[in-house]
Design a protein. Sequence first.
Length: 248
Amino acid sequence: YIPPQVRKVQETLDDKKREELGRLKKMVNGLINRLSEPNLPSISGQMEDLYMANSRKDMNETLTDILMNACVTAVAMPARLMMEHVLLVSILHHNVGVEVGAHFLEAVVKKFDETSKSDAEGKECENLIALIAHLYNFHVVHSLLIFDILKKLVSAFTEKEIELILFLLKNVGFALRKDDALALKELITEAQKKANSAEKKLRDQTRVRFMLETMLALRNNDMRKIPGYDPEPVEKLRKLQRTLVRTS
């Protein structure tokens, strides 16, 4: 039993909290909507101020929700925009606290697990994989997580997974090679085995051949062999990241 006057106080507090969260959501949303490379310094600064003025829990939940809504859409999100969103997370992760990145990553991985099990026709899975790839590019997650995901994708080895493997390798393959050449070599061997034992219909697909060629190009450190590979955008944003991350 809750006495009426206590209940009334609780309800007033709940209403107040809802109002506060609504305001916070509006502010964060406004900043995310204006996000672009030129105003990243000002937006990340304003986000840091919001982290100082509000509870971290409220901020993490609000930011994660808004970013997930912005990035995990049924259509493919433009690569550039995706990188800018993840770079913001990375800056806050380094300047505010590691729980910022951890909270966001947990939501992304959970959603990726759900989405990859469903038969959704949209591009949600690709968008989620792109988020994870760039969280690695901008030093929020370790290569171990990327290798884990790649191993899972290789062991499933359907058309859908092959597309995701290709996407990951194109975006972070050379960085993985630098981080752990041996793990990459093992992954390639596993993928070759998988391709050789796959049904003929799958084995003969151009995407499978392309995946194996991409892997060999990575193993031989031959960037020219990967069509459309362009490290420039990530490099440019990494430079920006170095100027915005405060070293303690």
